[in-house]
Design a protein. Structure first.
Length: 97
């Protein structure tokens, strides 16, 4: 079974689907970080050097194993030639009075 089929099968379980959906924003952030770095043609080591940190810290950030500050995200983006922008979107699941 390949990953795509495994994921599809796992998401048939309502509890798994609920947890997966709850993590979508985190997955999106991770994807954006990696996309910025790869578009810039940089390795994790390159970004780490630009930020004056260790590659392991960049790896943790890109795996979602850290809780980065706004400053850290901004510095990471700048090292890759990007800037961070906050966007608020209405949550369709929120209750309305």
């Amino acid at each position: 079974m390949n990953f795509k089929k495994f994921k599809q099968k796992a998401l048939e379980n309502p509890e798994v689907r609920r947890e997966y959906n709850a993590l979508q924003d985190e997955f999106s952030l991770i994807d954006q970080l990696i996309t910025m770095r790869t578009k810039a043609g940089l390795t994790q080591e390159d970004v780490a050097k630009k930020l004056g940190t260790n590659k392991s810290n960049i790896s943790r950030l890109e795996r979602g194993r850290s809780n980065p500050s706004w400053g850290t995200l901004s510095k990471y983006a700048a090292a890759c030639g990007f800037r961070v922008k906050l966007e608020a979107v209405e949550d369709g699941r929120a209750r309305r009075p």
